[in-house]
Every structure is written in C-alpha cells, then in structure tokens.
Design a binder for this molecule. Structure first.
Ligand code: GUN
Length: 278
C-alpha cells in the first residue's frame, strides 16, 4: 500500500512552527511585513493572492496589498517595486505572476531587491542556490524537499528524475536535489525515450503541465512520485500530471492532487518571509 504524502498536514505543521517563531520574534521587537503586488484581476491570481494574505494573517505577518490595474505601465510598476525596495518596514516583496503581456516579467523580477526576494526568482537568489550559498529558495521545490524529509524519505544517493525544466520548479528542483546529494536527471519536452528515463527514478518529480500524462508504465515499482501538476479532469475535479489511480499502486509513496505539493508552496513562502528577519 502506497504511503500518501499529506501536504496539507505537513504544511500545517510548518505554519504552526512559523507562527510560534513569529511570536517569539515579536517579543524581541521584530515585525515582518510582506508587500503583495497584483496587476489586474486574473481569477487564479486572485485566489493565490488571497491565500497568501490569509496565511500571513494566520502566522502573524503583516501583509500590504498593492492592486494595480491591468493597464498599468511597466515604468509605474517598476517605480512601485523600487519604492518597496527602499521602504524600511517592508521585509519581503511578492509580485504575483503572470503579468500582462505588455510588461517584461524578467525586468520586474530583477528590479526586486535580492534581500526582499521571498519568491526566490531573482537571478541572485538562483545563483546563490546553485553555488550552495544561503539565500531565498523557490517555494514549490523547497516545499517538495520538506515533503520528502518530513515523510521520512531519504534523498541522499537516490536517482531523482524531474520532468519539466521551468525556472520556477524544474531547474531549482534540480539544484535542491543535488544539494541533498541525489543523482539528478532533468527531462523535458524534447527528451527522447521519456518512459525509459522516468523508469530509472527512485524519486520521480513531475512538473510538465500535462493532465494525467504519467501512467503506471512510466513508474518503477516502489518509486516515490511527486506530482506538481494542477488541472481539472473531465468531471471538473482537480487532478495532476500523474494518473493517480493507476500509478498509486506501483509506488511506495505518492502525493495526491489536491492536498500534496499545492499547500506547501505557501508554507515555504511564509518561511522565506520569516527568513528575512532570522
Ligand atoms: N504565480 C504562480 N505561482 C507563483 C508564485 O509562486 N509566485 C508568484 N509571484 N507568482 C506566481
């Protein structure tokens, strides 16, 4: 029987730990403030931003919301980021992505001070991660490391295969697994013989953005499977990149969707916010 990796429970544990830490920091006179910048009213972004604000309130972090219209100019957004960089009371800056097409996302990410980059997207944060210096970690991959560790799954020496090479998940995931002494393969849309490669994995991390693509034939017996995907199935129910029902039986441990990786991202964002004052 596969172990179900309970992201909801593990993320709650992390949030409880952070809440206690924030209370202790407050007693030392240290307050934390996260600036949350949203451009436009993309429905998915609204849900994410709301959840982030709620998590802040729960943990005891102050959140400041900056809502800009869809039509805002790039210069105006960059000016706001610069103002937040300079604001002494603001510890972390989060600009919700995606941004409208007329705004250069990379330029905005680079404008955020690396000292306030709680998303871990700035090239300085990415560079620090790859050379093993302390810095802010991209939240979803950092959450996956926590899921594995807190589920008693060792990473050291394991064959890890990541499917997907995005800047937000696949690439930082590879760096984090390397740091934990895994042997890492990154597969992507141009990879040949994907099935052969995923079948080598002791730990398979799927972030390809294709609904229920990974079937049982992609998975080695006894593997650990982490599903980063988020989709709606034909019955409008949430599902992942992994065909859970058939893959589950082959694994030693697997994350469900929902309730797996998803809740971890916000928990790790909160951790990054606390890190700004540690
Ligand atoms: N949009 C989707 N995921 C994220 C995230 O982790 N951070 C930000 N800033 N935007 C996102």
């Amino acid at each position: 029987m596969a172990q179900l990796i309970d992201g909801k429970k593990i993320s709650s544990e992390i949030k409880e730990e952070l809440k206690a830490e924030v209370e202790a920091l407050k007693r030392q006179g240290k307050e934390i403030c996260l600036a949350v910048v949203q451009v436009g009213q993309d429905p998915a972004s609204c849900v994410y931003v709301n959840n982030k604000k709620k998590a802040c309130a729960y943990i005891g972090i102050r959140s400041e919301a900056y809502e800009l219209p869809e039509t805002v100019g790039e210069e105006e957004l960059l000016a706001l980021v610069e103002k937040l960089n300079q604001a002494g009371h603001v510890n972390g800056i989060l600009v919700q992505l995606p941004l409208p097409a007329h705004i250069d996302e990379d330029k905005v990410i680079r404008a955020i001070s690396p000292d306030k980059d709680v998303d871990g997207f700035h090239p300085v944060s990415v560079g620090r991660l790859w050379i093993g210096e302390p810095g802010f970690l991209s939240c979803t991959p950092a959450g996956i490391i926590q899921l594995l560790k807190r589920s008693g799954i060792s990473i050291d020496g394991k064959e890890c295969v990541i499917v997907g090479r995005s800047n937000i998940v696949g690439k930082p995931m590879a760096a984090l697994l390397l740091r934990e002494h895994a042997t890492v393969t990154v597969a992507h849309s141009h990879t040949k013989n994907l099935k052969e490669i995923t079948n080598r994995a002791d730990i398979l991390i799927v972030a390809m953005g294709k609904r229920q693509f990974i079937g049982a034939d992609y998975v080695k017996d006894g593997a650990v499977v982490i599903d980063v995907g988020m989709h709606r199935d034909e019955n409008n129910k949430l599902c992942g990149d992994v065909a859970f029902a058939q893959v589950c039986e082959k694994t030693s441990a697997i994350t469900p969707v929902p309730g797996g990786v998803g809740p971890m991202t916000i928990a790790m964002l909160m951790n990054n916010c606390v890190q700004t004052v540690r």
